[in-house]
Design a protein around this ligand. Structure first.
Ligand SMILES: [Zn+2]
Ligand SMILES: [Zn+2]
Length: 187
């Protein structure tokens, strides 16, 4: 059976948010081949498939109150969106937080937005991976300048970024203008 695809998280296997392994999903009860590995902000399932994330079944079934009324009780695969630009529709934020595989960071993770839409999450990245995305490095440098970091400290920090260690950068791509974007753990 075809695995679900996600607009805002095109390859959860590559990003490390999902693992190819036979399992029985706790939400739908079906034998599935790809298991979600990311965070759930709600009741913790033993095992969760991507189909249930895509359909919204997971968000509903894992809500703290057990589903039903109260939108705010819905569980999320991604923590409540912060710093969402005003031009991004609420429906996009809902899709990203409730019906898209999330990802775990060392600190509070942030989803990135661009051109009035959510950006596609590509995966964690270290300096070596980021070198292939110069625009993302420019963005990180600008972020650091805003926080008052010196250029020397910034370069040292960027070169210390590690895909599997700490700190890590998180790589995104705008779905409209194709710009590469990155967020990072504030260690
Ligand atoms: Zn399922
Ligand atoms: Zn854009």
């Amino acid at each position: 059976m075809a695995e679900p695809t996600f607009r805002y998280h095109p390859d959860p296997l590559a990003s490390g948010s999902a693992l190819r392994t036979d399992h029985v999903c706790s939400v739908c009860g079906l034998d599935r081949q790809i298991r979600y590995q990311g965070p759930v902000y709600g009741r913790q399932p033993d095992s969760l498939c991507l189909h249930c994330i895509q359909s919204g079944a997971a968000s509903l079934a894992l809500s703290i109150s057990g589903g039903g009324d109260g939108d705010s009780d819905m569980s999320a695969m991604f923590s409540d969106a912060v710093d969402v630009p005003d031009d991004v529709p609420l429906s996009v934020v809902e899709e990203i937080t409730r019906r898209t595989p999330g990802f775990a960071g060392w600190q509070q993770e942030t989803w990135l937005y661009h051109c009035g839409d959510g950006a596609a999450f590509l995966g964690p990245a270290g300096y070596r991976e980021l070198e292939a995305y110069p625009e993302a490095l420019v963005m990180l440098r600008a972020d650091h300048r805003r926080y008052g970091w010196s250029p020397t400290d910034t370069e040292e920090f960027l070169r210390g970024l590690d895909r599997t260690g700490e700190p890590t950068a998180y790589l995104f791509r705008c779905l409209h203008c194709n710009t590469s974007l990155a967020s990072w753990d504030i260690g």
